[in-house]
Write a protein that binds this ligand. Structure first.
Ligand SMILES: [Zn+2]
Length: 443
């Protein structure tokens, strides 16, 4: 993220000098064909410009973010009470669109326009992640991250349709729900500790799905044993049994086993020990478990020992449970002794928790969503673009059939995860093949 401070000190909103307690963040797009943030910075930094002021502009050409008000300054971005609670951020819009009516436009170069909208979306995710951390905001909290359009629906903003109007008309799959989830994922699926320090609680429901974890490990270790892929769901079920995030346990196993390759690892696949348990000194072989399930259960129980003071639900099979100072590492970031406020923790190496978080983030960034796994079929979708490819199997890595759906309404009879479409792939009733649901609207 490239953030440039460029405060609009001449704007009457700045000189009014009012402060707010930041309760949320509002996403806007400028509503005119001007990709250059600096044009707004220049035009709005005048004492005669008394109509509006926002906290930041995101440049459409290179994604640079220009901060134009102190974050806790009261902005004039949404024309209603949202100004008292929300930071307002404007995404610049492509030069190649032309507004024909309030929020309706034509576009002379869809490829360029999409690239601009994608660039500003990505930068907005990064900026909102930083701001959620800074102000201890939960991106999925009710009314915390909203668009101008959603703000209007909630009665805290004037009647505008931005920025959704831009995404829909350009045929982009973006939604505010996806945006909020992207921010959450960028925060490691975690929460924020008081004071704004990023921290990821070990106890809780998993955020990543089994599909995402499998996709991640297959990408990292193409030779991964089938038995490992088969046991991935055990992380989620064993985690849920003790209230521990199974995706965090899995990320820890990826670290401890070298992505289940066991190269340079003290333990072997046969030990069913996926967390280096009992390897308390170099050269030690560590504990062994009779099944993969029991090995994962012991790991989950050991994580619970660190993260909570609650009793175990299952019988304790963790041979080292008794050695842990219960509750000494509530968050992943404290699992390393170097970072732990009490100097306790699972591992001695520096940055142990951060390494697990980095893996968790990468898992959450892989395709393979939970949503598509539970979609009820059949359902109908509308396709509004002419060039949506039909593929022989779910995923952009499979052969295109050479056919396109064309514009129209189609029936989907099966949904599967696959690369290249975050909403998953839908099998056409006609038998022609699979389409990316990112480019189809469910009706
Ligand atoms: Zn707006």
């Amino acid at each position: 993220m490239k953030l440039v401070e460029s405060i609009l000190t001449k704007n009457p909103c700045y000189t009014a000098g009012r402060k707010i307690t930041v309760k949320g963040l509002m996403l806007h797009s400028v509503g005119c064909p001007q990709p250059s943030a600096l044009v707004f910075v220049k035009n709005w930094n005048k004492d005669s410009y008394d109509r509006a002021c926002v906290h930041a502009f995101i440049d459409g050409n290179d994604g640079t973010i220009y901060q134009t008000l102190p974050w806790n300054h009261r902005g004039w971005h949404c024309g209603a009470s949202g100004n008292n609670t929300h930071i307002g951020v404007e995404m610049c819009e492509p030069a190649c669109i032309k507004y024909t009516n309030r929020a309706t436009f034509t576009c002379s170069d869809t490829t360029t326009a999409k690239a601009v909208a994608q660039r500003t979306y990505q930068a907005a995710v990064e900026l909102f992640t930083m701001l959620c951390q800074k102000f201890s905001l939960d991106p999925l909290g009710d009314g915390v991250i909203v668009s101008h359009k959603e703000g209007c629906k909630r009665g805290i903003a004037s009647n505008h349709g931005d920025p959704e109007h831009l995404w829909t008309q350009l045929g982009l799959p973006y939604t505010m729900d996806a945006f909020r989830k992207a921010v959450k994922a960028a925060m490691g699926g975690g929460t924020v500790a008081p004071g704004g320090v990023s921290a990821t609680k070990i106890m809780g429901a998993a955020v990543a799905t089994a599909e995402q974890m499998r996709a991640y490990i297959k990408a990292k270790n193409p030779n991964v044993a089938q038995s490992i892929l088969d046991m991935v769901p055990l992380y989620l079920s064993e985690g849920a049994a003790e209230g521990v995030r199974g995706d965090i346990a899995f990320a820890q196993s990826c670290l401890e086993t070298g992505n289940f390759g066991f190269a340079g690892s003290a333990v072997t696949l046969e030990q069913n020990n996926f967390c280096g348990m009992g390897v308390t000194a170099n050269g030690l072989k560590g504990n062994s478990f009779s099944t993969a399930q029991l090995g994962i259960r012991a790991q989950v129980q050991h994580l619970k020992a660190y993260a909570s003071t609650e009793p175990l639900k299952n019988k304790c099979i963790d041979p080292r449970f008794k050695y842990v100072a219960r509750g000494c590492a509530e968050v992943v970031e404290w699992l390393g002794q170097k970072e732990n406020p009490q100097g306790k923790g699972w591992a001695t190496g520096a940055g142990y928790g951060e390494k697990i978080i980095a893996i968790l983030k990468a898992i959450l960034a892989t395709a393979g969503s939970a949503a598509s796994a539970s979609v009820a079929v059949p359902f109908k979708v509308r396709v509004t673009i002419t060039d949506l490819r039909i593929r022989s199997s779910p995923g952009t890595n499979t052969a295109a059939t050479g056919k396109f759906t064309g514009v129209g309404v189609f029936t989907i009879i099966e949904v599967k995860d696959g690369p290249g479409s975050t909403k998953g792939w839908g099998r056409l009733k006609s038998g022609a093949g699979w389409i990316a649901l990112d480019y189809a609207q469910k009706i």
